[in-house]
Design a binder for this molecule. Structure first.
Ligand code: 3AM
Length: 179
């Protein structure tokens, strides 16, 4: 049976990925860390780890039954976690819909044997990895907003020194206005 490394995440619109890459290049020193490729910028909802095809199917079925409205995400916060070496972008106030969605997916994953971190969920988009030295963060005042209208399951593979994410499935989060 094939095993895949999987995670649920929010995709970012391609234009936003490009804007963030530009902003990152403008505001972080070259040696600050290893930049995540534009196409790989995402917001993880639940990391599943290495799972069987059967577990993947079960979790996809549960994901397809989630009925939840979309939400708006304000990216207006950034930070540095020196221990994992991550520089991230996030929100000063996470929308309730985001927290609910992540909480549900994480609970379903845990019930299917995918161990979840004991750390509280801190929604973030990883901009740089291997950032273990002190990093100068840009002053507050930046702000991107986008409407989240779906979430997705991704596989992660690493080969020839590159991480590749592939979207396996996507589920809608309908507009809350019903439009
Ligand atoms: O959103 P980010 O980039 O922080 O760090 C990995 C990435 O999250 C995380 O899953 C996302 C897709 O790879 N990840 C990798 N291994 C992990 C683990 N053992 C993990 N998250 C929790 N536990």
């Amino acid at each position: 049976m094939s095993i895949q490394r999987l995670f649920f995440a929010l995709e970012l619109p391609a234009p936003l990925q490009q804007q963030l890459v530009q902003w990152r290049a403008d505001h972080f020193a070259e040696g600050a860390g290893k930049p995540v490729a534009a196409a790989n910028l995402h917001l993880t909802l639940a990391f599943l780890g290495d799972v069987s095809a059967e577990t993947s199917q079960q979790l996809q079925q549960l994901a397809s039954r989630i009925i939840q409205p979309g939400f708006s995400l304000d990216l207006d916060d950034a930070g540095h976690w020196p221990r994992p070496g991550v520089v991230w972008l996030g929100c000063q106030r996470a929308p309730r819909g985001l927290l609910q969605l992540a909480s549900l997916l994480r609970a379903q994953a845990a019930r299917h044997g995918c161990a979840q971190s004991a750390q509280p969920f801190h929604p973030h988009i990883t901009l740089l990895r291997h950032a273990t030295q002190k990093v100068a963060l840009p002053p507050r005042g930046f702000h991107w907003q986008y409407d989240v209208s779906d979430f997705a399951l991704f596989s992660s593979t690493f080969s020839q020194g590159r991480t590749r994410y592939r979207r396996l499935a996507r589920w809608p989060l309908p507009s809350s206005s019903g439009a």
